[in-house]
Design a protein around this ligand. Structure first.
Ligand SMILES: [Zn+2]
Length: 149
């Protein structure tokens, strides 16, 4: 018999079953009041754990998860309408701008050299194209976010 008390691991080993223990452990528990109480507590805890029913979901987990997953959505007619309205409004604004500023534009074009005017037109046209692409990309991104929320 050892005078040293059992470690927590040895105590748990004893509580789980005497078959797993060395005779030294069994001897100590049988002769030591403190260790026996501790081992009994462990036994009680382990029995409680065994008695606990296995957790079972009372609902169909698969269905619940599948419903939470984002569904691939078809483009709705609403999205198309918004896109068309945006495009029409953009064209109208551009048209009105050109219409109202045409006198200034035409006089400016005749005053400055053709090469410079072509450069300006090219720059403005490419800017406009890039802005349109950017706007369309942002719109698509936001629509995707809306679809997944
Ligand atoms: Zn002891």
């Amino acid at each position: 018999m050892t005078t040293k008390h059992l470690s927590e691991a040895e105590m748990q080993q004893f509580a789980l079953g005497i078959g797993n223990c060395t005779t030294a452990i069994i001897d100590h528990v049988q002769s030591c009041e403190t260790c026996r109480i501790k081992a009994d507590t462990y036994k009680l805890i382990f029995n409680e754990i065994k008695v606990q029913p296995k957790p079972v979901f009372d609902f169909n987990l698969t269905d619940l998860v599948m419903n939470q997953l984002p569904q691939p959505k078809q483009n709705t007619s609403f999205e198309n309408v918004v896109l068309y309205i945006t495009a029409v409004v953009s064209i109208l604004i551009t048209g009105f701008a050109i219409y109202f500023f045409w006198p200034f534009l035409s006089s400016a074009l005749t005053d400055i050299t053709p090469i410079v005017s072509y450069l300006v037109i090219t720059t403005l046209a490419s800017l406009l194209v890039f802005m349109c692409i950017d706007m369309f990309a942002k719109y698509n991104k936001q629509m995707k976010i809306l679809n997944f929320s």
